[in-house]
Design a protein around this ligand. Structure first.
Ligand SMILES: Cc1ncc(COP(=O)(O)O)c(C=O)c1O
Length: 440
């Protein structure tokens, strides 16, 4: 053990003289120099994961579910590909719990592309593309996505969630302002938090409120980012792109659109929100999307100007310090994108099914919230308990749909959320709505 230095000893003597004078009746003798004091007891919640307050809260919810006799509706094990139907525990279910919007996950051409990529490149690129290099599939996928948005370039990340976290977290900082729709996805919130920018939300799709907020506070910040979703993941309605472009131009802000649920769904060819409104993709500064839904893979992308994309490729931590996309996943998404372009009837079919489900549900008197009749349809139940119970009852009747409960949404907004696929049949929808009418 190191001996205390002279300066340390002198300092300790001085402190003990002062303490002795001030507190001579009550003060404990000062610790010998260099000897650790007995550690104060640290509460268990700081030293044990089983005492973490978040975990304890989870256990309380679990115990309450068990008391109500509810089965856990989460983490079902699917025994094959999940599409409009799925196999769980040997039984076939009508499935509304996967994002296989255009039925391309499990399509023979998509699977074959992934297999060919494994044969040629293996299962991984092992390291960051920046240092370890890339494969032709990476650039082919990025170019195809840039073309969808009519923009200069695109970069793919290995996770959709990380795409938002890393892009927003890297590009913006403490002198900036991030304004987002109140129903924006968690990944945007995490990115905004990481950036250190001021974050403000505006009421869902209330663009007058957004405009007013910008009028009041735009001048206090350097960069301003407005973030919305093409189709909202919990509610199934969409953003008003023309009005957003007008606002962002007037206030000199950047506009970012998360197309996770809009690619493959909106527009005649499934190109998303800009195609739906007939707007040039270059009017939006940052297009973001995921490869896990319509594109049957895993990962996310940012499409926009060359400067934006080049910058992210050399600096965004989630790209620079993370492995490049696995070749079979890049190949699968590229093949799915090509099929989406070649077979627009899939997009039309999905939209027809979405509209049909909405009409049937409304005719049955169910509360479909803000659903616009596309790929996502909520049935609002107003209580987490009701949502879990109804999900379990439907499961018992051969329908797999997930409950969305607090804290993912407000308690009074607890719901079942149906994801539609172009592969669902009208008969499956009629059967499901019939069960909802009977059980809800
Ligand atoms: C709107 C939105 N953005 C981003 C993500 C994250 O994408 P991924 O699940 O591919 O990581 C999701 C996921 O569902 C989403 O709904």
């Amino acid at each position: 053990m190191n001996k205390p230095s002279l300066a340390q000893t002198a300092k300790a003597q001085l402190i003990s003289r002062i303490l002795g004078k001030k507190n001579s009746a009550t003060a404990p003798p000062p610790a010998a120099i260099g000897q650790p004091r007995a550690a104060a007891r640290v509460p268990d919640r700081y030293t044990r994961f089983d005492k973490h307050p978040g975990y304890e809260k989870m256990l309380v919810s679990k115990a309450a579910s068990e008391r109500f006799g509810l089965d856990n509706p989460f983490f079902h094990v699917h025994e094959g590909r999940a599409g409009a139907t799925t196999q769980i525990d040997g039984r076939t279910y009508i499935n509304f719990a996967s994002y296989n919007y255009l039925g391309l996950a499990g399509h023979p051409a998509v699977d074959q592309a992934a297999k060919d990529a494994v044969d040629r490149y293996g299962t991984t690129v092992s390291a960051s593309r920046l240092v370890a290099g890339e494969r032709p599939l990476h650039r082919a996928l990025e170019q195809a996505l840039a073309d969808v948005y009519q923009v200069e370039d695109c970069v793919v990340f290995v996770s959709g969630h990380a795409t938002n976290v890393s892009t927003i977290g890297y590009l913006f900082g403490p002198k900036d302002l991030i304004l987002h729709d109140s129903l924006i996805h968690n990944s945007v919130l995490m990115g905004a938090q990481l950036s250190g920018a001021t974050r403000r939300s505006f009421a869902h799709n209330d663009l007058q409120a957004l405009d007013a907020l910008l009028r009041d506070i735009r001048g206090q910040y350097e960069r301003v980012l407005i973030v919305v979703e093409g189709i909202y993941s919990m509610d199934g309605d969409m953003a008003n792109l023309p009005a957003l472009i007008d606002i962002k131009q007037r206030h000199q802000a950047f506009l970012m659109v998360d197309e996770a649920h809009a690619l493959g769904v909106l527009g005649a060819r499934g190109h998303g929100l800009h195609e739906h409104f007939g707007i040039d993709g270059q009017q939006v500064d940052i297009w973001m999307g995921t490869l896990s839904k319509t594109l049957s893979g895993c990962g996310g992308y940012i499409a926009g100007s060359r400067a934006l994309v080049q910058h992210l490729k050399y600096a965004a931590p989630g790209f620079v310090y993370s492995v490049g996309m696995a070749p079979p996943l890049a190949a699968a998404s590229l093949a799915a994108l090509e099929l989406m372009q070649q077979e627009p009837q899939r997009v039309a079919q999905l939209r027809a099914r979405g509209k049909f489900f909405l009409q049937q549900a409304q005719a049955a008197g169910l509360n479909t919230g803000l659903a616009a009749g596309y790929s996502i349809l909520p049935i609002i139940l107003g209580s987490s308990l009701k949502a879990v119970r109804l999900s379990n009852q439907l499961f018992a009747h051969g329908v797999n749909v997930q409950p969305i409960i607090h804290p993912a949404v407000e308690e009074q907004a607890a719901r079942l959320r149906f994801f539609l696929s172009s592969e669902h049949t009208e008969a499956q929808i009629v059967e499901t709505v019939g069960l909802l009418r009977q059980l809800a």
